[in-house]
Write a protein that binds this ligand. Structure first.
Ligand SMILES: NC(=O)c1ccc[n+]([C@@H]2O[C@H](COP(=O)([O-])OP(=O)(O)OC[C@H]3O[C@@H](n4cnc5c(N)ncnc54)[C@H](OP(=O)(O)O)[C@@H]3O)[C@@H](O)[C@H]2O)c1
Length: 265
């Protein structure tokens, strides 16, 4: 995810001289510096001391160790800290960083790897507009970036767009399989599925019509699409999706509670 962000920033013409990365693995550091010509270091502290905006892109499970070790440097340098870690709440981050409050929490998704991510951001109320703009600019380098009004909405975002690519991959998998069962070759079924998914998404993004209106426009009475959609309706497709997102949202809340279990230590 960090490499995707760096790639996006470089493509957005950010000066590579302004980008510093701390990475413990030597091979990974070499690869990042030869790929992007940025500053790399094994030392997290030196990167904090060079940064106005610090993006925390480590796994949620190591976030506590990383941030507690950085607290002193962060309190001295006072950068805007942006966490992209799933399931790590601001209250925990703040606590681990010595009650630091200049924090933004983001939830990106995997299409960030191809510059088409969808990220929701939430800022601590103490972060000013300049800080919010800075965080948004970084996340916009890999796609759409939207603000949410309260942190609890990040669990819903995790369920919708965070896990969302997998739902679409699953639908694509099912359509490809069904196409094969109807007599198409795997390659033809796959390419038609992928291009249809891409085309439908592009059309919905570019149209002023809602997806519901677009669906109605392509559903002629008595036609093939109507027959297909009747099957989905009878299978309670919308209810199934509501349950799907609800399961992801509940899991997100549970994981955050588990990861934050050391908050009061
Ligand atoms: N991937 C996604 O689609 C996605 C979506 C939403 C949110 N996120 C969040 O993004 C974060 C990164 O995810 P990822 O998939 O990119 O994970 P990842 O590939 O494991 O990247 C984490 C990076 O942090 C490095 N690291 C580990 N310990 C460190 C330390 N003490 N100091 C500095 N760097 C350290 C790792 O180095 P080593 O490999 O050498 O350990 C690795 O390069 C996670 O918190 C995840 O929840 C990811």
């Amino acid at each position: 995810m960090a490499a995707s962000l760096i790639g996006g920033l470089v493509a957005d013409n950010w000066s590579t001289d302004q980008i510093y990365v701390a990475e413990p693995d030597e091979g990974c550091r070499e690869s990042l510096s030869s790929r992007f010509s940025i500053h790399t270091s094994h030392d997290n502290h030196s990167v904090v001391m060079a940064s106005d905006i610090l993006v925390l892109a480590v796994k949620p499970q190591v976030m506590r160790d990383v941030t507690t070790n950085l607290a002193e440097a962060v309190l001295r340098k006072r950068p805007l800290v942006v966490s992209i870690a799933a399931g790590v709440r601001m209250v925990d981050l703040s606590h681990w960083l010595g009650d630091y409050l200049s924090l933004v929490r983001c939830m990106p998704n995997t299409p960030a790897q191809v510059g088409s991510g969808a990220t929701a951001l939430y800022a601590d109320p103490s972060v000013d507009n300049a800080g919010r703009d800075m965080a948004e600019t970084v996340m916009r380098a890999v796609g759409l970036a939207l603000w949410v009004d309260n942190e609890s909405q990040i669990d819903a975002v995790t369920a919708l767009s965070g896990s969302g690519p997998a739902y679409f991959f699953y639908v694509m998998e099912a359509m490809e399989q069904a196409g094969i069962e109807l007599g198409l070759s795997r390659e033809t079924a796959r390419l038609l599925t992928l291009q249809t998914a891409f085309g439908a998404s592009k059309m919905a993004l570019e149209s002023s019509d809602s997806p519901r209106e677009l669906r109605k426009k392509v559903t002629s009475p008595g036609g093939t699409t109507e027959s297909a959609l009747t099957v989905l309706k009878e299978g309670q497709f919308k209810k199934l999706f509501a349950q799907t997102l609800n399961a992801a949202c509940e899991r997100s809340k549970k994981l955050a509670t588990k990861l934050g279990q050391y908050t009061d230590e």
